[in-house]
Design a protein around this ligand. Structure first.
Ligand code: ZN
Length: 432
């Protein structure tokens, strides 16, 4: 009878998501109420306490080694002071929305690890449903041997296991109910919908890209601010202000706390036929003293070590979110910078110069504020693209500014001045 009830809840939760494309279900959102990590000599155990029985999928990813737990869209209501402490094989943990309808936990593991057991314990002794994942360290050879084909240990295989039954498998474990679309065991991918083309509207289209999101929080500030939230806050404000001028159209790559792959951001901008792409970020530095805004454009070689380090950190977004990189042949990572892109890169540099001048009138800039490096998200072949690091969340004063409205409004106004200048020059150039 209990199992039947569980199935009923499943149907209620998943039909609306499946049919209406990620609209919030009428039923209360299921919750993750606690998370624990335990360690014995034999294994590392990861436990999630759940408000109800939900379908799940657990799989491992290599290089870097990660364990991914996919669940339906859930709220993480673990109290701040009871967040799990990393230990054993687990060196990092993130939770958030991976795509509409799919919440994800990503565990960073220090060694190649097998899923020794994955099972659900039904409620007992006052404890709710518990999803248990036991990890066992294996050699690199054993890891890839079990994955079937080296070195793509992705979520290709699925093995069914009813909740409550013990399940052992090397790379993938799922509950009987598929999570989202059953295609090759993959989660439903977010398909951003650019606005339909309106040929009559010749106003430039600005694609505003709030960095990170969902399971990828981005940098975390001195007092705990998340880069993904600051980026979204600035992105929404910039879009609103652009539209209010009447001179531009504006779209956001994401308008909620959800993860987007770097290449999805580029694809979105290309499909929308954007005229300018602005990716918004905030960063951190070992030294709490460093502060100031900075602007980055794409280059084959980084202008300095610091710019290279920032690009590496920003390019790691997909890894942090538990994306399998092994199937990304022909990915944006490998796009050659050809002649078409060189022209785009020149325009990007021009806009970056305008941005530095305009932002510098109102807020503090980093020294050598326009820098170059191989940012994956800036590799749009035809759209001038810049990455704007609004400030350093590792600096107490600047983090406070970044969280406030006054600073945000100042920055937004200066970005729009730069955009005005950029298109004014473009028009002049086109006419001459
Ligand atoms: Zn960032």
């Amino acid at each position: 009878m209990k199992i039947r009830l569980g199935l009923l809840v499943f149907v209620c939760l998943f039909l609306p998501i499946g049919l209406l494309g990620g609209l919030a279900p009428a039923a209360a959102q299921p919750e993750v109420r606690a998370a624990r990590i335990g360690e014995t000599q034999e294994r590392t155990r990861f436990v999630l306490e759940l408000s109800e029985s939900v379908p799940y999928r657990v799989f491992t990813l290599p290089d870097p080694f990660r364990v991914v737990v996919d669940l339906p869209e859930m709220a993480w209501v673990v109290p701040e002071n009871r967040q799990p402490k990393v230990r054993g094989l687990i060196t990092g943990l993130r939770f958030g929305l991976f795509a509409p309808g799919t919440s994800r936990v990503v565990l960073d593991v220090s060694q190649p690890s097998h899923l020794q057991k994955v099972f659900v314990i039904p409620p007992s002794d006052g404890k709710p449903y518990r999803l248990v994942v036991d990890l066992k360290q294996v050699s690199r050879e054993q890891y890839f041997a079990a994955a079937g084909k080296a070195p793509t240990g992705g979520p290709g295989r699925t093995t069914g296991a009813a909740p409550g039954k013990r399940q052992s498998g090397p790379t993938v474990a799922t509950s009987r109910q598929p999570l989202g679309a059953p295609t090759a065991g993959l989660v439903p991918r977010l398909k951003p919908k650019p606005p339909s083309a309106k040929p009559v509207d010749a106003r430039p289209l600005i694609v505003v890209d709030p960095g990170h999101g969902g399971v990828d929080p981005g940098a975390i500030g001195v007092s705990g601010a998340y880069e993904k939230n600051i980026a979204l806050d600035y992105g929404r404000a910039l879009k609103r202000a652009l539209e209010a001028t009447g001179r531009y159209r504006a779209v956001l790559t994401r308008d909620r706390d959800v993860f987007l792959k770097l290449r999805e951001r580029i694809a979105f901008a290309q499909k929308a036929k954007g005229d300018l792409f602005i990716s918004l970020h905030a960063n951190i530095h070992r030294s709490g003293k460093i502060r100031g805004a900075s602007v980055y454009t794409l280059s084959e070689t980084a202008s300095d070590k610091e710019a290279a380090a920032i690009a590496a950190a920003e390019n790691a977004a997909d890894v942090l979110a538990g994306v399998d990189l092994t199937d990304q042949t022909g990915d944006v990572r490998d796009i050659l910078i050809d002649l078409a892109q060189r022209e785009t890169m020149n325009l990007s540099k021009k806009f970056a110069n305008d941005l530095v001048v305009e932002v510098g009138r109102d807020v503090k800039l980093l020294r050598n504020t326009h820098r170059f490096a191989g940012f994956a998200v800036l590799k749009s072949p035809t759209i001038p693209s810049v990455l704007f690091e609004i400030g350093y969340m590792s600096n107490r004063q600047e983090e406070r500014l970044l969280r406030g409205k006054a600073h945000r409004d100042k920055v937004v106004v200066s970005i729009i001045r730069a955009i005005d200048g950029f298109f004014r020059k473009q028009n002049t150039a086109n006419r001459s």
